[in-house]
Design a protein around this ligand. Structure first.
Ligand code: FAD
Ligand code: DHB
Length: 394
C-alpha cells in the first residue's frame, strides 16, 4: 500500500468538496479530493438551479463567478400562484437581495476548471474509501485508486463532502450522533426541455392536482417540476402527459398566459426528504453539505447550504492547521447548524405550503397562508429573506 501525506482529505468532488478544496488552497492549506464517480458523471448530474445572494457573493470573492455573472440570469423574485391568481414576490424590494439562475452543472464546471487551473489533486473513480483514527490528531484515509491499487493518505483533518450516501455521515460514532428526518408523501417529476421559458422569473404554483414549478436554465432551456406520488415510474409519464399536467397546474390560458411545450431532453423522479445529523464535527472529522443534511428541493436551499458550510469550514480549518487555533473549528458545528435548521424549516415550510396532501382542511390553510405571503408585505418579507438567503454566519 502506497502512503502519502496531505493536510486535508476531502471525500467527494461535488460542489461542497471542490469549493472547499479551492478555498483551502487560497488559504495555503493543501488537500486531496477523493471521488468515487467519474468526472463526467459528476459533471452531468442535473440538480439545483438557484444561487442565493450570499452564494453569488462568496463565488465572486473566491474568483469563481466570471461565467456566472456573464451567463447567469439575475432574478428579482418569484411568482407565487394558485388557481386564478398570480403574485410577484419581489426580493429586491423587500430585502435588497436578488437570486441568480445558474445550474449546478455550470457551478460544477467552473469548480472543475478552477481545480485544474491550480493543479488541485482530485482523484476520480476511487473505491473503498474508509476513514480511520478520527478521534486523534493524525487521521488517515484508505482507498483503492482508479487503477485498482490500495492507497493510504495521512492527514490532519478529514472532511466528508460525500453527500447523503457516502461514508462521512456514518463515521460519526452512533453514541455521539443524533439525527432528525422527515419523509414526505410525494415526489417531484422533473423535466429539462429545449424550449425558451414561458416566464421571466420562476413560478411556484399550488393546484388541487398538486404542486408545479416553472424554472429555467437559460434563454433556450426550461426546467419544470410536477408533484407526483411516491414510487412514480417515469415510464407512466410520457411527454404529452407531463406538458398537459403542467399546463393545467401552471394556469395555461389564464389572463392570456401560455405555457409553450418543447422537446424534453431529460426526465427523472426525485424523492423528498428532510434530514439533519449532528454534530457536524467529531474529532478531526468534519461534515459539510448533503453529508450532514438534506432538504426537500422546494426552497432551493440544498446547494446554497452546502456552499455556506464550506464558507465557514475553510477559515476554521486554516486557523486550526496553520496557526494551531481551534476556536473556529470548535465552533463550526454549532455555527453551521444555526443556518442548517433555518433552511430546514424554510424548506419544510415551502414544501408543506405548496404540495397538496388530499386533506381539505389543510388545503384551506395552505390557500390562506399563500394569500397572506403573496399579498402582505410582512408575509412576503419572511419568504423573501429566507429565499434570497440569510448571511452565511446567520
Ligand atoms: P453532492 O453533490 O451529493 O456530492 C457528493 C459527492 O460525493 C458526489 O460526487 C458523490 O459521488 C461523492 N461520493 C459519495 N460517496 C462517496 C464515496 N464513498 N467515496 C468518494 N466519493 C463519494 N437542490 C436544490 O436546491 N434544487 C434542486 O432542484 C435539487 N435537485 C436535486 C436533485 C437530486 C437528484 C439530488 C440528489 C439533489 C438535488 N438538490 C437540489 C440538492 C443539491 O443538489 C445538493 O444539496 C448539493 O449537490 C449538495 O452538494 P454536496 O457537494 O454536499 O453533495
Ligand atoms: C430549481 C429547483 C428548485 O428546487 C427550486 O426551488 C427552484 C429551482 C431548478 O432546478 O431550477
Amino acid at each position: 500500500m502506497r502512503a502519502q501525506r496531505s493536510q486535508v482529505a476531502v471525500v467527494g468532488a461535488g460542489p461542497s468538496g471542490l469549493l472547499l478544496s479551492h478555498l483551502l488552497a487560497a488559504a495555503d492549506v493543501e488537500s486531496v479530493v477523493l471521488e468515487s464517480r467519474s468526472e463526467e458523471h459528476v459533471a452531468a448530474r442535473v440538480r439545483a438551479g438557484i444561487l442565493e445572494h450570499s452564494t453569488v457573493q462568496l463565488l465572486t470573492d473566491a474568483g469563481l463567478a466570471g461565467r456566472l455573472r456573464a451567463q447567469g440570469d439575475e432574478h428579482r423574485g418569484i411568482h407565487l400562484q394558485w388557481p386564478h391568481e398570480r403574485h410577484h414576490v419581489d426580493f429586491v424590494d423587500l430585502t435588497g437581495r436578488s437570486v441568480w439562475v445558474y445550474g449546478q452543472t455550470e457551478v460544477q464546471k467552473d469548480l472543475v476548471d478552477a481545480a485544474r487551473a491550480r493543479g488541485q489533486d482530485v482523484r476520480h473513480e476511487v473505491a473503498d474509501v474508509a476513514l480511520h483514527d478520527l478521534a486523534g490528531d493524525h487521521p488517515h484515509v484508505t482507498f483503492t485508486d482508479a487503477s485498482g491499487n490500495p492507497q493510504r493518505l495521512d492527514v490532519d483533518a478529514v472532511v466528508g463532502c460525500d453527500g447523503a450516501f457516502g461514508p462521512g455521515r456514518a463515521a460519526v460514532p452512533e453514541a455521539v450522533r443524533s439525527s432528525w428526518s422527515r419523509t414526505y408523501p410525494y415526489s417531484w417529476l422533473g423535466i429539462l426541455a429545449d424550449v425558451p421559458p414561458s416566464t421571466d422569473e420562476l413560478i411556484y404554483a399550488w393546484h388541487p392536482d398538486g404542486f408545479a414549478m416553472h424554472s429555467m436554465r437559460s434563454a433556450t432551456v426550461s426546467r419544470l417540476y410536477l408533484q407526483v406520488p411516491n414510487g412514480t415510474d417515469v415510464a407512466d409519464w410520457p411527454d404529452d402527459r407531463v406538458w398537459d399536467a403542467l399546463a393545467t397546474r401552471l394556469g395555461h390560458g389564464q389572463d392570456g398566459w401560455e405555457l409553450t411545450p418543447g422537446p424534453v431532453t431529460g426526465k427523472s423522479v426525485l424523492p423528498m426528504r428532510s434530514y439533519v445529523q449532528t454534530p457536524m464535527r467529531h474529532g478531526r472529522l468534519f461534515l459539510a453539505g448533503d453529508a450532514a443534511h438534506t432538504v426537500p428541493p422546494t426552497g432551493a436551499k440544498g446547494l446554497n447550504l452546502a456552499v455556506a458550510d464550506v464558507a465557514l469550514l475553510a477559515p476554521a480549518l486554516a486557523a486550526l492547521l496553520r496557526e494551531g487555533n481551534p476556536a473556529l473549528a470548535d465552533a463550526y458545528s454549532d455555527t453551521a447548524l444555526r443556518r442548517v435548521w433555518r433552511c430546514t424549516h424554510f424548506s419544510w415550510w415551502m414544501t408543506t405550503m405548496l404540495h397538496t396532501s388530499g386533506d381539505p382542511f389543510d388545503e384551506q390553510l395552505q390557500l390562506s397562508q399563500l394569500r397572506w405571503v403573496a399579498t402582505s408585505e410582512a408575509g412576503a418579507a419572511g419568504l423573501a429573506e429566507n429565499y434570497a438567503g440569510l448571511p452565511i454566519g446567520f
